[in-house]
Design a binder for this molecule. Structure first.
Ligand code: FAD
Length: 364
């Protein structure tokens, strides 16, 4: 059985930052990443990030991912196991994983779950036609595999992901027939919306999919308008021809391991679904199990990195590392999280945290 002081599950920005912070305080860390290239969502983000300079705003996501990975790979206290999927966390503290068809057992002293989030899907007739993708899948196809998904795309969802992926599709030479959004307003940053509108792509708010159609693969979709109660208005149907439909309708925290570990869970819509209840140091109700990043509530890479750092410091501190510096570092990370969430974009998260913990933000 493999022993380690801290096991980090998930090598996205949250997991990589958790590992780096814990190792810097002296703890030995093992990261499990199910993908061949750690970095999480960052491996396909070719655009320049927004936010705070402290969290690499202005750099492209792919470069941030490479930088975070280099940092942990150069640290002798950190081991990174790629292509390794964590399967379960058991009552006796053993974690099981699969790699290359082999079943592995690990006995960590502390666990940080940083598994990220999964794409949501929509229910409508023929939603299983080939050509209908999640936006993240399209990004992976284009930006990782270098394959365009088709010729003409209908984008569903005008949040940042829908807007950014629409722009990237256009950069790759794919025609974007339009972006539809069920809400009465665009959810993403206006700078992204303006870029695609300037290129002539219509963004129709208060619109949704009625049905998709096609013989063997997607050929088009019927969309219709929604009233102020989000009910479809008959007679407003439009036929949009497209061989690709891209769903960018949100993410859900990937919390299966937390459920299985019997962490107390709570449904908080502002955090995008069921999330583990945790304290100000991101420790869940299962002692010694911490969470960080989108698994604790869908946000952004910037907050995922800071949450990772906070979880890493807290886990290492609980093992007796960094006694002189850890409380100060924890307070700094908590303050950074509150700052990141203080703008209009963070309002929803703050509301969610209030529902989850009964307190405004995290203590600092
Ligand atoms: C199109 C798009 C644009 C974005 N733009 C921005 C932006 O401009 N600015 C910004 O700040 N944020 C942006 N984000 C959001 C940001 O990418 C995410 O919030 C961030 O990546 C979350 O980090 P994470 O580490 O929590 O999760 P992830 O990045 O999802 O990483 C989780 C990792 O865990 C691994 N994993 C999951 N389950 C297991 C398991 N059982 N065993 C082993 N490994 C596992 C996954 O393979 C993955 O590598 C964007 C996201 C998208 C999709």
């Amino acid at each position: 059985m493999k022993q380690t002081e801290i096991l980090v599950i998930g090598g996205g920005p949250a997991g990589l930052c958790a590992a780096a912070a814990a190792a810097q305080l002296g703890a030995s860390v093992l990261i499990l990443e199910r993908d061949g290239k750690p970095g999480g969502q960052l491996v396909k983000q070719t655009h320049k990030f927004f936010g705070s300079k402290k969290q690499y705003a202005g750099d492209r996501g792919i470069h941030i991912g490479d930088f975070l990975l280099d940092q942990v790979e150069q640290d002798p206290k950190v081991e990174v196991w790629k292509d390794t999927t964590a399967l379960g966390i058991y009552e006796d503290g053993v974690v099981t994983a699969e790699a290359d068809g082999k079943h592995i057992k690990i006995k960590p002293e502390k666990i940080i779950v940083a598994t990220g989030a999964a794409e949501k899907f929509l229910v409508f007739p023929n939603n299983d036609l080939p050509g209908i993708y999640g936006a993240g899948a399209v990004q992976t196809l284009m930006n990782v595999a270098g394959v365009v998904p088709g010729k003409r795309v209908l984008m569903v969802g005008a949040g940042n992901i829908g807007l950014i992926v629409s722009y990237q599709l256009m950069q790759a030479g794919v025609e974007v027939a339009g972006v539809i959004e069920a809400a009465p307003q665009i959810g993403g940053y206006l700078v992204h919306a303006s870029k695609i509108r300037r290129a002539g792509v219509p963004i129709l708010t208060s619109h949704t999919i009625k049905e998709a159609y096609g013989e063997n693969t997607l050929e088009g979709a019927i969309i219709w308008q929604l009233d102020e109660k989000w009910q479809p208005i008959p007679g407003t149907e439009q036929d949009i021809k497209a061989d690709v439909m891209c769903l960018a309708v949100g993410l859900s925290p990937l919390t299966e391991l937390c459920w299985q570990a019997e962490c107390e869970m709570k449904y908080v819509p502002e955090l995008s679904g069921h999330v583990p209840v945790r304290n100000d140091f991101l420790e869940t109700t299962r002692p010694g199990l911490y969470v960080a990043g989108d698994v604790s509530g869908v946000e952004e890479a910037s907050s995922a990195m800071v949450e990772g750092r906070l979880a890493g410091i807290s886990a290492a501190f609980s093992l007796g590392y960094g006694k002189d510096v850890a409380p100060k570092l924890q307070a700094e990370a908590q303050e950074e999280l509150n700052e990141l969430r203080s703008g209009p974009a963070g309002e929803k998260t703050m509301k969610g945290i209030l529902k989850l913990t009964g307190k405004e933000g995290v203590a600092c």
